[in-house]
Write a protein of this length. Structure first.
Length: 231
């Protein structure tokens, strides 16, 4: 076989690049917020001549680019930058866009960042507050949208608490908990001030969430009033 390859090379019938499989290029992505941004990056890379396939690892926030012909890494990085994001050659440096965060003084806690099983969801209910148990993932764009709505809610009233569970991907214990109720995220369970389960919200449904929050509490407690009474 080796003799045949040498003969074909000497006759110019096959090039060394054809004989040697191309190693995929791994790009660490930054500034990605999930959803359509991943599709935008993938479309930009797929348009490059020589790119065969683009796959993502949502845990590491990396894109693996397989090629039929060699493509300069700088050209791949430029395509990601043209889509509005940052790419770094090699693994280990991928980062999702940081979440917006919540108003100062908000009662927000991260129960799990690694997709762990949470044995008692009912036990997360905060006495005296309407509690939102929020299943999310950093790559989930609708999750970020519901976060923005909850940010506004927390800015208006201080009788709401949030407990967040990152499912990471669909292969974790936390994701299996979600799948007992629904087929996607965001998924929120709302508890009333006495710890009773009021209802659930499946997907980006801000009006449904507001209705459950109102049902779980009595009259809303304005943020300014709550701050005044806490001093």
């Amino acid at each position: 076989m080796r003799i045949l390859l040498v003969l074909l090379l000497s006759l110019g019938m096959v090039s060394l690049s054809d004989a040697t499989p191309l190693k995929p290029v791994v790009l660490s992505l930054q500034g990605i917020d999930g959803g359509k941004s991943l599709d935008t990056v993938k479309d930009g890379l797929a348009k490059i001549k020589g790119v065969k396939k683009v796959t993502y690892d949502t845990r590491t926030v990396e894109a693996t680019v397989e090629m039929t012909t060699r493509v300069p890494t700088a050209k791949l990085i430029a395509a990601v930058e043209e889509a509005g994001f940052l790419a770094i050659e090699g693994p280990g440096q991928g980062k999702w866009m940081p979440p917006k965060g919540y108003p100062e003084g908000s009662d927000v806690g991260i129960v799990s960042e690694t997709g762990d099983d949470v044995p008692s969801l009912d036990g997360l209910a905060v006495p005296g507050k309407v509690t939102l148990v929020d299943f999310y993932a950093e790559w989930c764009r609708p999750c970020r949208m519901i976060d923005e709505h909850v940010y506004d809610v927390l800015g208006k009233r201080h009788d709401v608490a949030v407990r967040k569970i990152n499912i990471v991907d669909w292969n974790t214990p936390a994701s299996r908990q979600v799948l007992k109720y629904t087929t996607g995220i965001p998924f929120l369970i709302v508890y009333g001030k006495k710890g009773e389960k009021v209802g659930t919200v499946d997907g980006f449904m801000p009006h449904d969430l507001d209705a459950l929050i109102d049902r779980g509490g009595s009259a809303p407690v304005p943020a300014a009033q709550a701050q005044a009474t806490s001093h």
